[in-house]
Write a protein that binds this ligand. Structure first.
Ligand SMILES: Cc1ncc(COP(=O)(O)O)c(C=O)c1O
Length: 406
């Protein structure tokens, strides 16, 4: 049954405090204030689709969690989802499982580069990309996306120059892009992949946000660019964790179409990773891929309406705040630099607005003054966040006006 946005929220929204939730229960530890509204880390205040809860309950009621393998039914459900939603045709041989996309990126950096090799990322970008390079003692090379009034594009010339100058070996790409909200077009991806192929730069495409499409542009997987022309120079990582709020279920995918790259991956991983699959993670994901489509469509409507509210209110009341276009992901990216000095953003957001957010400088050293807000939540939190920003700015301006008059 199709639910309206209000009905979806009534049915699925849930209070998360008291569940060891990183987002809500670690506020004091992470931000030094337990009473902030948690709009940071990318998970949601919504329960998973009912079919997922039913499948997990049945499995839990069986009561045994011995070593398991991935059944054919899992591949069927996942492949059907990929084909129906994204026109991606996968093959069983290409697929490897992991306990999370970040974990995979760390593993891939180790598999395909050596210490001190240069790895390129397009900033601002999800901060574990930076960490995966730096923690493994590789050289971090960044190319800033071009920000045109909240619409971001890729600086291809800069990328090619940096690849050549630094002898870059690997590019880690985010598609759709966290935090700037871009869904890259096939033309953009083709240009990027062609540059990488020309200079023998392997590409990891992190497509974890592929199902969170908010605007009109369709998601295009790197696997499908130019009818698959770049597949042999490509590894795609995905998971059901963003789509269906399953992050702690620790089940993710590494897709490697190239026989040669897959062999290198297998050889390396044999040395360090003997983990079997996460049985509950796969039970949950299979049920979600099979029966979670309607739930996802309704969730996306909630995110769209939260984003519309945020953007409309801020444009009307504080037009100097720039809200980036949200084509994909459920993460809004705000540029506050015109209203708050960049070095005071933290004080403003936490002490005045009472919000826990991801700060811009976590994503790029150049982006102090930006904040990322998670919109996969109940509208009441988005409304409160927007009201707190507007009212706190009004208060600051009032104080300034009074002191100017004195
Ligand atoms: C681009 C991107 N990759 C990976 C992750 C995390 O994936 P996982 O929990 O599977 O490690 C996130 C979470 O926000 C993300 O935004």
């Amino acid at each position: 049954m199709e639910l309206s946005t209000t009905e979806f929220i009534e049915k699925y929204a849930v209070k998360r405090t008291g569940t060891n939730s990183l987002k809500w229960d670690a506020l004091d530890q992470r931000y030094g204030d337990p009473d902030l509204i948690a709009m940071w880390v990318a998970d949601m205040e919504f329960k998973v689709p009912e079919a997922v809860t039913t499948a997990l309950t049945e499995r839990v009621n069986h009561g045994v969690y011995g070593y398991s393998y991935t059944p054919d039914s899992y591949y069927e459900a996942y492949f059907a989802w990929q084909e129906k939603r994204h026109n991606i045709k996968l093959e069983k041989d290409w697929l490897r499982f992991d306990t999370g996309v970040v974990n995979s990126i760390y593993g891939l950096v180790n598999t395909f580069t050596k210490p001190q090799d240069a790895v390129l990322i397009l900033t601002p970008v999800y901060y574990p990309f930076h960490n995966a390079v730096l923690d493994n003692h590789r050289q971090l090379v960044t190319s800033e996306l071009v920000n045109d009034d909240g619409h971001y594009t890729i600086d291809f010339k800069d990328i090619e120059a940096k690849i050549v100058a630094n002898k870059v070996k690997l590019l880690i790409q985010c598609s759709p892009h966290n935090p700037v909200g871009r869904v890259w077009t096939e033309a953009e991806l083709k240009q990027l992949l062609a540059i990488c192929q020309r200079h023998h730069v392997l590409v990891i495409s992190d497509e974890i946000h592929q199902d969170i499409i908010i605007g009109k542009k369709p998601f295009v997987s790197a696997l499908n660019v130019a009818h698959g022309r770049y597949r042999n120079n490509l590894i795609v990582v995905t998971a059901p964790s963003k789509t269906f709020n399953l992050a702690a279920m620790l089940n993710s995918h590494v897709i490697i179409p190239s026989d040669e790259l897959r062999q290198r991956y297998d050889t390396f991983h044999k040395q360090i990773n003997q983990t079997e699959v996460s049985v509950l993670g796969q039970v949950a994901a299979e049920a979600a891929y099979r029966a979670g489509g309607e739930w996802l469509d309704q969730l996306l409507n909630v995110v769209r309406s939260n984003y519309e509210y945020l953007r409309t209110e801020l444009v009307a009341k504080v037009p100097a705040i720039k809200v980036a276009d949200l084509e994909g992901t459920y993460l809004a990216w705000l540029d506050l630099r015109a209203v708050v000095p960049a070095d005071l953003t933290k004080e403003f957001i936490q002490d005045e607005c009472h919000l826990a957010v991801d700060f811009g400088q976590w994503f790029s050293k150049n982006d102090a003054g930006f904040v990322r807000l998670n919109l996969a939540t109940e509208p009441k939190y988005v409304h409160a966040a927007v009201a707190n920003i507007i009212n706190s700015l009004a208060k600051i301006n009032e104080t300034r006006a009074i002191s100017a008059a004195e």
